[in-house]
Design a binder for this molecule. Structure first.
Ligand SMILES: Cc1cc2nc3c(=O)[nH]c(=O)nc-3n(C[C@H](O)[C@H](O)[C@H](O)COP(=O)(O)OP(=O)(O)OC[C@H]3O[C@@H](n4cnc5c(N)ncnc54)[C@H](O)[C@@H]3O)c2cc1C
Length: 264
């Protein structure tokens, strides 16, 4: 074989540059590659939406990997079984009617693989550090290398999209950026309402029901829903996260399709 180390370097730079350049403007930009963000991305890309995820950590999967207190098994309920089967993850029956166990590593890996194979571009080690707002509408994210944020005085770059999804979990970082800049969100108080105390069944219902648009052009899924709208926390049960991701994808798809009709 006729190559040296510089050929390897050149191919990495060329391939990454092409991927990044093609992601500067997308249909949907998702902050956070946890269960809800990955699943939303999977469904959106499958419907032909150009979908980009920025993930601040090295590995996508968010809170899945650790299961409950580092026991890498997670629980899902009946309503999410169809989604889990669709992505090819094996399900184990439990002694409790309506509850099932899944290997956490299998779920995190399957969600990541399915999303990427459906066409989602996932950029790991890329951190959302602010939001773009144009004419009272969220239009993109300001991003920087995770290793730079808070360490070095280096300017970020900007990615724009028709719709942005905040799937950053408990911190609801994009909603927090709006708060920082003084915008009122679509919650009953106009403010971020903060996550409530643990109540797993109520939390699971809440997260699915309240998944939706939180500001013009910005949707929330997963634990960000609870942070924005004041829902209970629910611990290592993940059905609600998956159902929330699926619902977010369906609402966003509808949003983009109806915007196209409205704007001619
Ligand atoms: C420490 C910990 C505490 C937990 N506590 C609870 C709890 O109290 N209640 C509960 O119901 N569940 C809890 N869980 C379980 C589980 O994490 C969540 O329910 C579930 O993972 C949330 O899914 P999600 O899709 O909302 O996002 P998450 O799984 O939280 O994933 C969010 C992703 O967004 C990424 N992200 C965050 N900020 C940025 C940024 N600025 N830019 C780019 N990416 C970003 C994160 O790295 C992460 O990968 C906890 C998990 C962990 C690890």
């Amino acid at each position: 074989m006729n190559f040296d180390e510089t050929h390897i370097t050149i191919e990495i730079i060329k391939s990454y540059q092409a991927k990044l350049l093609d992601s500067v403007r997308s249909d949907v930009l998702i902050a956070g590659a946890g269960p809800s963000g990955l699943l939303a991305g999977y469904y959106l890309a499958r419907e032909g939406m150009k979908t980009v995820i920025v993930e601040k950590n090295l590995s996508p999967g968010g809170g899945i990997w650790g299961g409950g207190m580092c026991m890498n098994e997670i629980v899902i309920q009946e309503g999410a079984l169809e989604i889990v089967r669709e992505i090819g993850v094996r399900i184990k029956k439990t002694g409790q009617e309506g509850l099932y166990c899944i290997d956490a590593l299998e779920l995190a890996s399957a969600l990541t693989l399915k999303a990427i194979q459906a066409g989602v571009r996932i950029f790991n080690l890329l951190c959302a550090e602010d939001v773009c707002v144009t004419d009272q509408r969220v239009t993109g994210l300001v991003v920087n290398r995770t290793t730079i944020v808070g360490q070095l005085h280096v300017d970020p770059i900007t990615l724009k999209a028709k719709v942005v999804l905040d799937a950053t979990g408990h911190d609801a970082v994009v909603v927090n950026f709006l708060k920082k800049h003084g915008y009122r969100i679509f919650s009953p108080t106009g403010q971020m309402m903060g996550e409530g105390a643990m109540d797993a069944p109520a939390g699971e219902r809440f997260v699915e029901e309240h998944t939706g648009e939180v500001y013009s052009g910005l949707y929330v899924s997963g634990m960000s829903v609870c942070a924005a709208f004041g829902g209970p926390r629910m611990g290592p049960i993940f059905g609600g996260m998956l159902l929330s991701g699926k619902k977010a994808a369906s609402l966003i798809l509808n949003h983009i399709k109806t915007s196209v009709v409205r704007e001619g």
